[in-house]
Design a protein around this ligand. Sequence first.
Ligand code: NAD
Length: 330
Amino acid sequence: MSVAPGSARTPGFNAGPIVAVVGAGVVGRSWARAFAGAGFPVRLFDPSAEAARAAVATIAAELSEDVGLGLLPAGAASEVVGRITVCGRLADAVAGVDYVQESGPEDLAVKQSILGELVAATAGDVILASSTSTLDPNLIAAGSPGAVRFLVVHPVNPPHLIPVVEILAGKATDPAIVVRACEFLRQVGQQPVVLHRFVTGFLLNRLQAALLREAIALVVDGVADAAAVDTVVRDGLGLRWAVLGPFGVAATNADGGVGDYLTRFRGPLMALMSSLSPTPELSATAIARLETSTAEMIGGMPLDRLRRSRDVFVHRVRALKRELAPMEGG
Ligand SMILES: NC(=O)c1ccc[n+]([C@@H]2O[C@H](COP(=O)([O-])OP(=O)(O)OC[C@H]3O[C@@H](n4cnc5c(N)ncnc54)[C@H](O)[C@@H]3O)[C@@H](O)[C@H]2O)c1
């Protein structure tokens, strides 16, 4: 195992690395399931004992449901849950681990304080990863002696289901830590994407916000309702997006590839891009309109059923992609 080569913390090749998940909320519990599902022992810590208990209960319930749906083999639920140990103290959770995935509250001071505790409680080669969605790793690790082994590993919720993780090192991060983190995450089944510098929202949330901004404007301005917008994405753009991103789509939209596409459609494309909507005000009236239109689309389906249906579809689409698409790479 390469996370801590030769380390006393990973005795024997088959043992593999031990992982600590710090923070057991929405993302922490999904990370715990992802790591444990890939076969790694997980120590789970949350200052709220109730949050940690609830996280394990949720993981167990979702796994059992997945077994019931035939998405996982019988026995998988108890096996995966059996790899997760809840620890009442942070120091116990991280003692002897090789990799820490911090998933605490999105607050700079809290992240800095957790990092301080992690640095004090772990050996000098333990990878310290943060799930932060918005914070610059240079700010979180500013002045920390652990900056060299700290980096952002930003998941897409829920990470046990969606493989992409955005990787962002700070200026002080040892490049070898980035390589080791990516290697480990691939073993977990994640697909790391490395950013070269900090930008608000990283890649995924910026792209998502660009589309959401336009979608909101189209509904608020009365061009179409939420169902129409979601159908265009779900049964139009989204079908291609499971295979090709915006550049792949552009390249396949002209016989001469992306250069041909951008050259031939330069004028109309630039005119269209210039006509896109500005940031919406999101007034109470606008939000109410979006709520009503979305409720009409969902038609009373409870949100937890919508989420489960999303999870089952994503699970099956990923299985199909693994089976069919050599382009996916993950
Ligand atoms: N929710 C998402 O969709 C999403 C997606 C990607 C990344 N993230 C990031 O993941 C992190 C966690 O987000 P979340 O949505 O799971 O939040 P959450 O509020 O659901 O969970 C945060 C957990 O941290 C615990 N906590 C509080 N203080 C702590 C401390 N000092 N040490 C350790 N744990 C502490 C809380 O008890 C809570 O259980 C954030 O940094 C967020 O930006 C969230």
